[in-house]
Design a binder for this molecule. Structure first.
Ligand SMILES: O=c1ccn([C@H]2C[C@H](O)[C@@H](COP(=O)(O)OP(=O)(O)OP(=O)(O)O)O2)c(=O)[nH]1
Length: 465
C-alpha cells in the first residue's frame, strides 16, 4: 500500500498546517523530497505527502495482531504511527500487546527521533507524548478522531448510539486529555492536526481508475462472484466506523476535550470532517483492491502465498498511480524478520526501506529525458537517469540488512539487470515480484538476469492471469 500511494504525490506541503482561520495552509518548510520533488508534476491530480503519511498511519493501525483482536472494552485504542525524516518514511509502527506505537518508536529510533516528524492515527496518550517530547521530536501530527485513550468508552460499545453524551468520557480519558494538553502547551515541538483537502479531481480520479475501472474489473475477472461495489461499501463502512467519530456532536465534544475548540466550530468543523471523510474514502478504495482479510497485511506464516496473489493487483494499481516516470510506476518495500518479536505491533517484522522509481533527488521537472525505448535517439531516453524503486528503497533504507535475518523485497515489477547485483550485494534473501518483462531485453533496460539469480528465494506472480 505504500507503493500504491507513494507513487502518487502532489507538490508537497509537508509542513502546511490546517489552521482554522486560514483559508490557505501556511507553508513553513520547503519540501526537500527526493523521490517526489515538489517541482515535479506528472499528469493528473496527486496525493499530498501530508495526506499520504496520514493515510499510512491509519493503515498501520490495522496491522493484524498475533494476539486476539482489539477488545472493544479496552480504553486504550490501537494506534498506527509513521515516522518521517526528510520526507522519507523511516518507520512504520503500530501498538502491540504491551507497548503503544509511540513507545515502540522510542525503543526503535531513540534520539534519532529528534530529526523526525511523527504521524499518529490518533492523538497519542500522555505516557507516549512525554517521551516523544523528551526525545526532541520536531513535529507531531495526529488524526483528529477518537484519541488513544478513547473518549468513546464505555458508551461507544453500542456504535449505533449516536447521542452518547460527554459524561461518557471516563476519568482516565479526561485526565489523559488534561495531561496531554499541558504537555502540548509546554512543549517545543509543534503538535498539530495536518490534513489537507484532496487536490481537485483526485477523488474522482481514484474512483475512475480503481472502483469504476479495469482495476476492479481485474478483480471481478478473478472472481466473477465478487460484487466490487458491495466490497467497497463494506470497507467504507468499516473504516468510517473505525476512524470517524459517529455523530458530529460527539466529534465536536472530543475535539473540545482535546483542546481543539477551534476545529469544533463552524465552518472549520465541517471542513475537517469532510477532509477526514474523503481520506477514509481513498483508504476504502485502496482496501477494496485487495479483498482479503487484514487489508493486505499478512502474518509471516502466510506472507508468501497471500502476497503473491496480491502482487498482481499491486502492480496494476502502481501503474495507475505512476508519478515521475510518465509511463510506469514501480514500488518496492523491504521488510526484515528480526530475531526478537514482541516490541512492535508488527511482531518480528520490521521495515527496512521503501521507494519508487523517480528521477534523482532534487531534480527539476523535465530536467531529464522522459522518452522510452520507442524513441530512436537513445540520448533522449529516460533509462540512464531514473532511479529504480529497489534502488531508492535500498539507498534510503533506515536499517542495515543483517546476514543472519531473512530480508524480503517486495517489488511490483521484475527487478532489472541493473538492480539484481544491488539486491544480491545488499543481502536480500527473498524476492516477491511479478513476471512483468521477465526475460526481456529492451536495449537500455533488460530483465534477463533475474531468472538465473541463485541463492535468493524467489516468489513470482504471473502478470498475465
Ligand atoms: O527493476 C526495476 C526495473 C524498472 N524500474 C522502473 C524504471 C523505469 O522508470 C521503468 C521502466 O519500465 P519498463 O521497462 O516497463 O520500460 P518502459 O519504457 O516504461 O515501458 P515498456 O518498454 O514496457 O513500454 O521501471 C524499476 O523501478 N525497477
Amino acid at each position: 500500500y505504500i507503493l500504491y500511494l507513494a507513487a502518487r504525490m502532489e507538490e508537497s506541503q509537508i509542513c502546511s498546517r490546517a489552521v482554522p482561520g486560514q483559508t490557505k495552509p501556511c507553508r513553513e518548510t520547503r519540501d526537500g523530497g527526493s523521490q517526489s520533488d515538489s517541482r515535479t508534476r506528472g499528469p493528473g491530480p496527486r496525493l499530498s505527502k501530508v495526506n499520504l503519511f496520514t493515510l499510512l498511519s491509519l493503515w498501520m493501525e490495522l496491522f493484524p495482531q498475533e494476539e486476539a483482536e482489539e477488545d472493544d472494552n479496552d480504553q486504550v485504542r490501537r494506534v498506527g504511527l509513521v515516522v518521517v525524516q526528510d520526507t522519507k518514511v523511516v518507520g512504520l509502527h503500530c501498538s502491540g500487546a504491551e507497548l503503544h506505537a509511540g513507545q515502540t518508536a522510542i525503543i526503535q529510533h531513540g534520539a534519532r527521533l529528534a530529526d523526525c516528524q511523527l504521524f499518529f492515527s490518533r492523538r497519542p496518550c500522555a505516557t507516549c507524548l512525554k517521551m516523544i517530547i523528551n526525545a526532541g521530536v520536531g513535529r507531531i501530527s495526529f488524526w483528529p478522531g477518537d484519541p488513544e485513550i478513547s473518549m468513546l468508552k464505555p458508551a461507544s460499545t453500542n456504535h449505533s448510539n449516536s447521542s452518547s453524551s460527554p459524561q461518557s468520557i471516563t476519568e482516565e480519558a479526561a485526565l489523559d486529555a488534561m495531561a496531554t494538553e499541558k504537555l502540548k502547551s509546554n512543549s517545543r515541538p509543534h503538535i498539530c492536526v495536518l490534513l489537507q483537502p484532496l487536490a481537485p479531481g483526485l477523488a474522482q480520479f481514484v474512483t475512475e481508475t480503481s472502483r469504476d475501472c479495469d482495476f476492479m474489473q481485474t478483480m471481478a475477472d478473478d472472481d466473477p462472484t465478487l460484487n466490487t461495489e458491495e466490497l467497497f461499501n463494506r470497507h467504507l463502512k468499516d473504516f468510517s466506523r473505525h476512524f470517524l467519530v459517529g455523530s458530529s456532536q460527539q466529534h465536536q465534544e472530543i475535539l473540545t476535550q482535546m483542546g481543539l475548540e477551534n476545529f469544533s466550530m463552524e465552518p472549520y468543523f465541517s471542513n475537517l470532517r469532510n477532509n477526514m471523510r474523503e481520506l477514509v474514502e481513498v483508504l476504502a478504495t485502496v482496501a477494496a483492491g485487495v479483498p482479503r482479510q487484514h487489508y493486505g497485511f499478512y502474518r509471516l506464516d502466510t506472507l508468501a502465498v497471500n502476497y503473491l496473489n496480491d502482487l498482481k493487483r499491486a502492480s496494476s494499481f502502481a501503474c495507475y498511480f505512476a508519478d515521475e516516470d510518465p509511463k510506469v510506476g514501480v514500488g518496492a518495500v523491504i521488510w526484515a524478520k528480526g530475531q526478537l518479536a514482541g516490541c512492535d505491533g508488527t511482531g518480528c517484522l520490521y521495515l527496512v526501506g521503501c521507494g519508487y522509481n523517480a528521477y534523482p533527488a532534487g531534480s527539476q521537472y523535465a530536467e531529464y529525458p522522459q522518452m522510452d525505448n520507442k524513441q530512436e535517439d537513445r540520448q533522449r531516453r529516460k533509462y540512464r537517469y531514473i532511479i529504480h524503486a529497489e534502488q531508492n528503497a535500498l539507498t534510503f533504507r533506515t536499517r542495515d540488512i543483517k546476514p543472519e535475518e531473512s530480508t524480503m523485497l517486495f517489488v511490483t515489477k521484475c527487478p532489472c539487470d541493473e538492480c539484481i547485483p544491488l539486491i544480491r550485494g545488499a543481502g536480500i534473501t527473498h524476492i516477491y515480484t511479478s513476471d512483468q518483462d521477465m526475460g526481456k531485453d529492451k536495449t537500455d533496460i533488460s530483465y534477463l538476469r533475474f531468472s538465473s539469480l541463485k541463492n535468493i528465494h524467489k516468489f513470482i506472480v504471473s502478470s498475465e492471469d
